[in-house]
Design a protein around this ligand. Structure first.
Ligand code: CP
Length: 318
């Protein structure tokens, strides 16, 4: 890859976007763009990671992240292996530490982990020699989601981030996607607005570099992109939302509300989506929706991340 010659990737792991410099981000996005071309070929495979082993350890459910890491690894010719919570010895009481030491003994090059506990990815990265990618840990971080969102917005905004305004609307409190995107996009100069009921705002949000709105109608006016987030009812304590119908009346992005944004403003959603709750079906399926583009970007972006981490072990990426 031509853009690798002048660049040295210095990270063993990808745990959070906060560890990335601007050159790191640009390099990942440029590399993802080159892998996107591979994904558009009739034969979607290159020998780049032939002989490398990638473990997908998903202790929490996933459709997009797990599948796209699997596809990404296979398109780079790596061998990929999956371990889920159900069907593994975790269900017999094996600890996270013993599980990952067992995986390490098989000498993988990269482990991708998703876990319901914030900090799980860092916990294993500190104990393993191989590269670790955080595929989402609790409410904490989802770095590859933020990178693929960035990739999608870079295309929609024709490479321009500074001065653009993004609205993130929905269940911010429980969202690792919101946290990672706020960090990454504000670093790139994007103005970020958040909109949610007060009960779904994160603790410490006063320290976030964002503007808060409590009505979607005000929040969406004049923005350059909207990202909707689902209600994470599985992580929610009782009593945060008295009435789901009332929530959807106030916080569902409808075509009428979207018309208040700048024309052509792309609509993103990390998925899974709940049609009619946080996003109307007509918006999810509409001309401004970039939801499936995000999925495609996920494969290319994860190819870039796997490439950088797996090659590093050989002293690559120079
Ligand atoms: N966006 C995302 O993480 O989706 P999955 O839970 O399906 O992986």
């Amino acid at each position: 890859m031509e853009n690798d010659k002048a660049y040295l990737w210095s990270h063993k792991d990808l745990l959070d976007v906060t560890q990335l410099s601007l050159p790191d981000v640009t390099h990942i996005l440029d590399l993802a763009a080159s892998f996107e071309l591979v994904n558009q070929r009739p034969v979607k495979k290159v020998p780049t990671l032939k002989g490398k082993s990638i473990v997908l350890f998903f202790a929490e459910n996933s459709t997009r992240t797990k599948t796209s890491f699997d596809v990404a690894g296979k398109r780079l010719s790596a061998d990929t292996f999956s371990l889920a919570k159900s069907g593994s010895s975790i269900s017999k009481g094996e600890s996270l530490q013993d599980t990952v030491w067992t995986l390490q003994a098989m000498n993988p090059d990269v482990i991708v982990i998703r876990h319901s506990s914030s900090g799980a990815a860092q916990f294993i990265a500190e104990r393993l020699q191989c590269g670790v990618v955080n595929g989402g840990d609790g409410w904490h971080a989802h770095p590859t989601q933020a990178l693929l969102d960035c990739f999608t917005l870079r295309r929609a905004w024709q490479g321009q981030f500074a001065g653009k305004t993004l609205l993130i609307a929905g269940d911010i409190a429980h969202s690792r996607v919101a946290r990672s995107n706020v960090h990454l996009l504000t670093k790139l100069g994007v103005n970020v607005r958040i909109c949610a009921p007060r009960t779904l705002l994160p603790a410490g949000r006063q320290t976030w570099p964002v503007e808060y709105f409590d009505t979607l109608r005000d929040a969406v006016k004049g923005v350059d992109a909207v990202m909707c987030l689902r209600l994470q009812l599985e992580r929610m304590l009782d009593g945060l939302l008295p009435d789901l119908a009332e929530y959807s009346r106030r916080f569902c992005l409808t075509p009428e509300l979207l018309s208040l944004a700048n024309s052509q403003a792309p609509v993103l959603h990390p998925g899974p989506i709940n049609r009619g709750m946080e996003i109307a079906a007509a918006v999810a399926d509409g001309a401004q929706s970039r939801i499936l583009d995000q999925v495609a970007a996920g494969v290319a972006t994860r190819m870039a991340v796997l490439y950088l981490l797996a090659q590093r072990k050989d002293g690559g990426n120079k």
